[in-house]
Design a protein around this ligand. Structure first.
Ligand code: XUL
Ligand code: CO
Length: 437
């Protein structure tokens, strides 16, 4: 059965095209800075938003019209797999990502749940074999079921912790079975509502232990995926432990876990934390921990995770600038952790949304590559910090300077002169690149 009749494979038609079902900027085989766009961007479809999502919100029921709606239970799960591979192939997207519970329903017991999962994993495996679609990452949903009301790896209930560990074990086995290139941990309900009933130290110690168990088990079963942690500051809990990149890196360092992980950074999570996306990417990059991107955008007027498809060119330019400076995204990719708006309920909206996001990232890549090629920001930054290249600045950088030597210098250095940061000029230069590339 097919689910997106009337939609052909999406082709690159270039800038002049008025065809809404064509790429204007994503030309997978085009070489940018020495690699094809496909190799740079490694796009992925998020199963949960695009296949499992129904268009509900806290105030209303399903709006999405989908050709698989009349199925239920395992039949629905199977239909979604077929629909997923049709959509991913038609969009010419190389990867997908899922949580265990996106792809198969829970049963009455853990045994039954795992059996459902195995059935769907088999079907996914068959579809992967007959297509070129690969698994960028999988993860475990340890936040939707009411058993996780107090968290999973940070729960107050050891029985729930044990269940969570079993779920992670199964997730790793599934990842291995499907050749996942990465394995993600997003701390769904790993956080707290009030310190009045919370042993924060025990919760964090336990979370670190769960990560160690996962590392050991992955080694044991020879699953060589890159482990990724995805920071988020709030939602669903008031205070999520993996607040942002810096907090997550400190946690990993504290528990000796740093070398085993990289970060999966999400644009909307960055803005919820009060950061820009590029800030989060830069922090991760500085630590050699830039792992993968969850591509979306938030609404700065709203205080929650709106997960819109990315259409803000300025943000994708700066994101891809960080990726290029990182020497590429490695085993990671650009995963559209994004959902169509509830009022965009037609099946074709899924295509328009992905095309918009892919074109936006492609343009971001092209502009970022050109900015780098011309060393636009590098020259500005080199010049801005030139006082650290010689004289007293070089002594500070090399570690030779002391409070005494700096005092001596400061006493005879009068007056001090600063130069303009040229903020507006720089933004207008970036705008020119955006408009001309
Ligand atoms: C939630 C979120 C998750 C993770 C995977 O905000 O981003 O979907 O990407 O668990
Ligand atoms: Co995400």
């Amino acid at each position: 059965m097919t689910y997106f009749d009337g939609i052909e494979n999406i082709q690159f038609e270039g800038r002049g095209s008025k065809n809404p079902l064509a790429f204007k900027h994503y030309n997978p085989s085009e070489i940018i800075a020495g690699k094809t766009m496909e190799e740079h961007l490694r796009f992925a479809v998020s199963y949960w938003h695009t296949l499992t999502g129904e268009g509900t919100d806290p105030f209303g029921a399903q709006t999405n019209i989908r050709a698989w709606d009349h199925f239920s239970g395992l039949d629905l799960a199977k239909a979604r797999v077929e629909a997923a591979f049709e959509l991913i192939t038609k969009l010419n997207i190389p990867y997908f990502c899922f949580h265990d519970r996106d792809i198969a329903p829970e049963g009455a017991t853990l045994q039954e749940t795992n059996k459902n999962l195995d059935t769907i994993v088999d079907l996914i495996k068959q579809n992967m074999r007959t297509s070129s679609v690969k698994l960028l990452w999988n993860t475990q949903n340890m936040f939707s079921n009411p058993r996780f009301v107090h968290g999973a790896g940070t729960t107050c209930n050891a029985d729930v912790y044990a269940y969570s560990a079993a779920q992670v074990k199964k997730g790793l086995e599934v990842g291995k079975e499907l050749g996942a290139e990465n394995y993600v941990f997003w701390g769904g309900r790993e956080g707290y509502e009030t310190l009045l009933n919370t042993d924060m130290k025990l919760e964090l110690d336990n979370l670190a232990k769960l990560y160690w168990m996962a590392i050991d088990y992955a080694k044991e079963i020879d699953f060589d995926a890159q482990f990724l942690i995805e920071p988020k500051p709030k939602e669903p809990t008031k205070h999520q432990y993996d607040f942002d990149a810096a907090t997550t890196i400190a946690f990993l360092q504290n528990y000796g876990l740093k070398e085993h992980f990289k970060l999966n950074l999400e644009a909307n999570h960055a803005t919820l934390a009060g950061h820009t996306f590029e800030h989060e990417l830069r922090v991760a990059r500085m630590h050699g921990m830039l792992g993968s991107l969850d591509a979306n955008q938030g609404d700065l007027l709203l205080g929650w995770d709106t997960d819109e498809f990315p259409t803000d060119l300025y943000s994708t330019v700066l994101a891809m600038y960080e990726v290029l400076q990182n020497g590429g995204i490695g085993k990671g990719g650009v995963n559209f952790d994004a959902k169509v708006r509830r009022a965009s309920f037609d099946p074709e909206d899924l295509f328009y949304a992905h095309i918009a996001g892919m074109d936006c990232y492609s343009k971001g890549l092209k502009v970022a590559a050109k900015l780098l090629e011309d060393r636009v920001l590098e020259n500005i930054i080199d010049n801005r910090y030139r006082s650290f290249k010689e004289g007293i600045g070089a002594e500070i950088v090399s570690g030779k300077a002391t409070l005494r030597s700096l005092e001596q210098y400061a006493l005879q250095n009068n007056p001090i002169r600063n130069e303009s940061g040229r903020h507006e000029l720089i933004k207008s230069i970036v705008n020119e690149y955006l408009l001309s590339e």
